[in-house]
Design a protein around this ligand. Structure first.
Ligand SMILES: N[C@@H](CCC(=O)N[C@@H](CS)C(=O)NCC(=O)O)C(=O)O
Length: 421
């Protein structure tokens, strides 16, 4: 008789069990008419899981809640136990990676994603902590996966199932290529796993998020939990052959292919300034920088079609470690990738001793900082922005000094200067 799993097939935590069941040949059936946010509030559900969260598995001996516990139960029910390792040490390693996936990966993905879609308060410094914690865990994971196909041993274990389900949520919701490409072994692992038939049956064709979801404006942010779409309920049998593409867990995030809207910056009146010409001149000028590149810049500059902006990091007192400060700026420039066609930037890391100051100069297409950059690159909120007043010769000279990496800059040596082009 099939075990009953109370969840939708869109639930990332339920997927752990569905996939594990497939590996060991256990029949698991999704509860009929399960409705997220409704069924799990009912007294009969609360009896099974007092916290009212999903999933819950009904077994002949009684209910089990907590998705990892459910997946472990199913993994041990049948089969050769290979999902749980072939020695006590392997068992320990599997448990280690399950905890790693659940405590180091999943909460940071969720903590980055949910506030952006209006579930929770979006606080940029908190988001920054989430992202750096996620990078730290991906670094460790990538190092391990550089010499391992699977997390433990030479075949899929429960650790791979739990981790992949968490990564699946991340890759499809918020971890764009520009984030994951820093971790090639994690990428290779993820795509290998989701293409295993037992995963593919539930995940379908996996499509990586193309953009980091913009932060919802306070006006449009729902003050409630994201709704889960009702998924078709159907008995999950080992023999079921047709891969069933999974439905998104969060209704608002449905990935229906839509025609890509034109970037509003492409609709601006044409400009005489060709950004690529400036970037080429900047890169190719090796000597007489003032006479060639800086002069060329002002010759090309079109104040109608472009604007110049100074930025100042708001939290310089935190910049106490040089490499952390440099990484912060490098991360910012990577996240600005989305505006590469429409921007040029210089970022100076200033000072001989900590705390270092971070100041920048940006050239953007249009008279204002493009709205999509403000929305999608969380670093923007970490800086104070000031439009350059071109009638002020002092400000123009500051622009020159920043383009040129002039040293000393405002009386201080430069720790480093980075260019976005
Ligand atoms: N640690 C739990 C987390 C369960 C959980 O957060 N489930 C979410 C859906 S993915 C839920 O039920 N949310 C409804 C709620 O918080 O009331 C597990 O792994 O099972």
């Amino acid at each position: 008789m099939a075990l009953v799993l109370h969840a939708t097939n869109a639930n990332k935590n339920a997927l752990k069990t569905l996939i594990a069941a497939e590996y060991v040949g256990v029949q698991v059936k999704l509860a009929d008419n399960f409705e997220m946010g409704v069924t799990n509030k009912k007294p009969e559900f609360i009896k099974m899981n007092p916290i009212g969260k999903v999933p819950v598995l009904e077994t002949p001996d009684g209910p089990i809640f907590e998705s990892n516990a459910i997946a472990r139960y199913v993994a041990r029910l049948k089969g050769d136990g290979s999902l749980c390792g072939s020695s006590l040490y392997e068992y320990g390693q599997i448990e280690q990676w399950i905890d790693f996936a659940s405590l180091e990966v999943d909460p940071n993905i969720i903590g980055w994603y949910y506030p952006r879609i209006g579930f929770g308060v979006h606080l940029p410094p908190v988001e920054e902590v989430r992202i750096s914690a996620l990078k730290r865990s991906f670094d460790a994971l990538s190092t391990h996966l550089a010499s391992h196909t699977y997390l433990v041993g030479h075949s899929v274990t429960l650790a791979d199932i739990v981790l992949t389900c968490n990564l699946y949520f991340g890759f499809t919701k918020i971890l764009t290529k520009s984030f994951t490409s820093e971790f090639p072994h994690v990428e290779r692992y993820f795509w290998t796993m989701v293409n295993q038939p037992n995963f593919k049956k539930f995940l379908g064709e996996v499509k990586q998020a193309e953009t980091v979801p913009p932060v919802q404006s306070k006006k449009s942010a729902p003050a409630k939990e994201p709704k889960t779409k009702e998924a078709p309920k159907k008995e999950v049998k080992k023999e079921a052959s047709k891969p069933k593409p999974k439905e998104p867990e969060v209704a608002e995030e449905e990935d229906a292919p839509k025609p890509k809207p034109k970037n509003p910056l492409d609709l601006l009146p044409p400009s005489k300034m060709v950004l690529d010409d400036w970037k080429r001149l900047y890169s190719n000028t090796k000597t007489n920088f003032r006479e060639v590149a800086i002069k060329g810049f002002w010759d090309m500059y079109d104040p109608e079609g472009y604007s110049l902006w100074f930025c100042d990091y708001k939290y310089n007192e935190e910049n106490t470690v040089s490499f952390v400060t440099l990484n912060k700026v490098t991360g910012f420039l990577q996240r600005m990738d989305l505006v590469r066609k429409y921007a040029f930037g210089k970022m100076l890391i200033i000072g001989e001793n900590p705390p270092y100051k971070v100041k920048g100069l940006w050239l953007f297409r249009g008279a204002e900082i493009p709205q999509f950059v403000m929305d999608e690159c969380y670093d923007m909120e970490l800086y104070d922005w000031r439009k350059v007043d071109l009638s002020d010769e002092e400000q123009k000279e500051r622009v020159n000094a920043m383009i040129e990496d002039q040293e000393p800059f405002e009386g201080e040596p430069l720790l480093d200067a980075k260019c976005f082009k």
